[in-house]
Ligand binder design. Structure first.
Ligand SMILES: Nc1ncnc2c1ncn2[C@@H]1O[C@H](COP(=O)(O)OP(=O)(O)O)[C@@H](O)[C@H]1O
Ligand SMILES: [Mg+2]
Length: 222
């Protein structure tokens, strides 16, 4: 599902990732952890082609990402869902429209986009809020909408960057169990977090980024 070959990423003279080799198989649940500044977000951005590596290869779902053309970008983006710490909901669109917007972008008809968006919201227990605007929702509800948006197209790969960063402990646990369900249904899940308390929640593969490399790869605790 994910294959990294000798991946390097530098910003000016700062070498953030220094020769990472990694394979993630379909259906895996992977935590990417390490201290703040270790390069977790950078690595995720390389996976969804928000940035290009300085050197090395990035493969996602059989697609070579590091040399992807603009034209091929939608194909990559359709195969993955990204969840951010700051929800990035569109403030002038309703909850439902925030989701249909993305589905339309992926090429679904208005009717099908509406149907899928509604079903995904229902699954998140948020269908009663479909006509609300993001600002009127609680932080937890907003995060759930952002997750619904990432999942509505049923991507095979979910990338989450500090997804619990703005949530209290209870909502964080709820989110992790949701990601677990989605993983159980077959999606590959990668969660980047500096919060080591999350790692105890799920028996998953843990990758620790340190000094630009993968310092640990295995079950948790070591
Ligand atoms: N666009 C950028 N320009 C310059 N430096 C960056 C940029 N993005 C990240 N960095 C630097 O790369 C390092 C890794 O950042 P990041 O991937 O955000 O780490 P993490 O997510 O693990 O906290 C940090 O030192 C950060 O300052
Ligand atoms: Mg980060």
């Amino acid at each position: 599902m994910i294959r990294l070959k000798n991946l390097h990423k530098s910003y000016n003279s700062r070498r953030v990732l220094r020769g990472i080799d990694l394979n993630v198989e379909p259906g895996e649940f992977v935590f990417l952890t390490g201290p703040s500044g270790a390069g977790k977000s950078t690595l995720l951005r390389l996976l969804y082609a928000a940035e290009r590596p300085t050197e090395g290869e990035v493969w996602v779902n059989g697609l070579r990402v590091d040399t992807l053309s603009h034209r091929e970008l939608p194909r990559l983006r359709r195969s993955l869902g990204v969840i951010f710490q700051d929800f990035k909901l569109l403030p002038r669109k309703t909850v439902l429209e925030n989701i249909t917007f993305v589905l339309r972008f992926h090429g679904l008809s208005p009717k099908e986009a509406h149907r899928r968006a509604y079903l995904t919201l229902k699954r998140m227990g948020l269908h009663h809020r479909q006509s609300a605007y993001p600002a009127t929702l609680s932080g937890g509800e907003q995060q759930r909408v952002a997750i619904a948006r990432a999942l509505a197209y049923q991507p095979r790969l979910i990338l989450a960057d500090e997804p619990t960063g703005n949530l209290d402990a209870e909502l964080a646990a709820e989110l992790m169990s949701l990601l677990c369900d989605i993983n159980y249904q077959g999606a590959t899940v990668v969660v980047a977090t500096h919060d080591q308390s999350l790692l105890a929640a799920i028996p998953a593969r843990v990758l620790v980024l340190e000094r630009g490399g993968i310092g640990y790869d295995g079950i948790w605790p070591p």
